[in-house]
Design a protein around this ligand. Structure first.
Ligand code: G
Ligand code: G
Ligand code: MN
Ligand code: NA
Length: 250
């Protein structure tokens, strides 16, 4: 309850900030973009991870205001990056299904003078389950706009191949749990390998999340994965750390 009251004023008090975690392209060994991840610097409690406040934001409806702040900040930050890379933003279900979301995105892109193709929205399978019809129309509208949509945490929800067949995803992000277990569970490696090859055959991009070791990276290279993300490449960094990372991997 107290946290909820605090969250209501967090934007106004400038307590929210974004950190950015790179995507590394395995072919070119270069950074192709960053995922924006939300953080809350609470004046008394210190740094609060999204797992502890996104739920509150969703329950109270604050997620719309916070989500808009995230989109705007991500676009504004991206506008300062020197190369044509993308920024990916995580969405909650309520945001995705909100009628005003397209206008919010259009306005954020215009205000930051960012081209739509540089913005990617990350949604999860669970967001498609209950409102498949409206999800399809929002997805198509985003695509019409020129933005792209990634299917995040792939494999953890009710992964339906129908989604991949019928919905215009630009990318699949294989959940980090699969990458973690890949080297110890042959079944898991088989799944990762198959999802990568499926994505490639469908001409959808594929990202492996949570890559922490060189061995995992080696497997993913052999499987022909497009992009990787994880602590091995880089932890999420503050906005002012992005340029230094780009210098090392461009
Ligand atoms: O950054 P971290 O690993 O702590 O993120 C934990 C979870 O919070 C992830 O599922 C991530 O997708 C989610 N998350 C991070 N930033 C945002 C955001 O800006 N909006 C929403 N809705 N979820 C976010
Ligand atoms: O649900 P989503 O995929 O958006 O969540 C991303 C979360 O995963 C972020 O909170 C981020 O901090 C975390 N993360 C990113 N890379 C790694 C990694 O290599 N290992 C682990 N354990 N977590 C990671
Ligand atoms: Mn994500
Ligand atoms: Na994910």
């Amino acid at each position: 309850k107290a946290l909820q009251a605090d969250l209501e004023g967090a934007i106004a008090r400038d307590e929210l900030f974004l950190v950015f975690q790179p995507f590394l392209d395995l072919d070119g060994n270069r950074i192709t973009g960053f995922e924006a991840l939300l953080r809350w610097q609470h004046p008394q409690r210190g740094l609060i991870p999204p797992s502890e406040f996104i739920g509150i934001a969703e329950e109270t409806g604050l997620i719309h205001e916070i989500g808009e702040w995230v989109i705007r900040r991500a676009c504004m930050t991206l506008a300062d990056w020197p190369v044509d890379i993308r920024v990916a933003v995580n969405f909650s279900a309520a945001q995705f299904h909100n009628a005003g979301i397209l206008q919010t995105i259009v306005q954020a892109l215009a205000d930051a003078r960012v081209e739509p193709h540089r913005l990617e929205i990350e949604i999860t399978e669970s967001m498609l389950l209950s409102k498949y019809g409206s999800a399809a129309s929002i997805l198509n509208a985003l695509l019409q706009l020129g933005a792209t949509v990634a299917l995040d945490d792939f494999g953890t929800g009710f992964s339906s191949l129908t989604y991949l067949r019928k919905l215009p995803f630009s990318r699949i992000k294989i959940d980090q749990s699969f990458i973690r277990d890949m080297l110890v569970q042959p079944d898991c490696a088989a799944i990762v390998k198959s999802v990568i090859s499926l994505a490639r055959d469908l001409r959808i991009g594929v990202v492996a999340e949570g890559v922490e070791t060189a061995d995992q990276l080696e497997y993913l290279r052999q499987f022909n994965c497009d992009e990787v993300q994880g602590y091995l490449i880089s932890r999420p960094v503050p906005a002012d750390g992005v340029l230094a990372l780009l210098d090392t991997k461009q």
